[in-house]
Design a protein around this ligand. Structure first.
Ligand code: C5P
Length: 135
């Protein structure tokens, strides 16, 4: 089966909330909420893909040292197997904007389950709760 490599990020604000983005109508899994990101281009380093996608989708600038991989999603969809590292980013330049008209939400990790997500994204939630739980 084809392997699809996608990067995703949990942008975390000063209050410990995480950004999720609604997949637009006309795309696969429309209406579900995902961690922002996108496909890794052939020959591209994952961190570079993420920097590119965050600029394209949210209009923000992220620096590579701000990105830390937290965990991986691995899910067998019908047409491909998805492998998706989740990065965490707490610092960026610019204000987050829905460049592609997508709906955005800042959500506490424990409330992420209130938003329907693609099956690959949902298993990432516990790692975020663990990371961001108040000490
Ligand atoms: O975003 P894009 O449509 O390019 O992603 C390709 C595929 O990867 C989606 O159709 C979806 O199956 C999967 N995906 C996912 N979770 C994400 C991003 C993509 O399951 N956060």
């Amino acid at each position: 089966m084809k392997l699809l490599l996608v990067v995703a990020v949990a942008l975390v604000d000063a209050d410990g909330r995480v950004l999720i983005s609604e997949r637009p109508q006309g795309k696969a899994l429309a209406g579900l909420w995902e961690f922002p990101g996108g496909k890794i281009e052939p020959g591209e380093r994952p961190e570079r893909s993420l920097i590119r996608e965050l600029k394209e989708e949210l209009g923000i600038d992220v620096e590579e040292p701000c990105l830390a991989p937290l965990t991986f999603a691995s899910h067998a969809y019908e047409e491909f197997h998805l492998l998706m590292p989740l990065y965490v980013c707490r610092r960026w330049k610019g204000s987050v904007q829905p460049v592609e008209g997508q709906r955005l939400a800042w959500v506490r990790p424990t409330k992420l389950r209130d938003y329907p997500m693609p099956p690959a994204d949902e298993p990432l939630i516990p790692a975020l709760i663990d990371l961001l739980a108040p000490l």
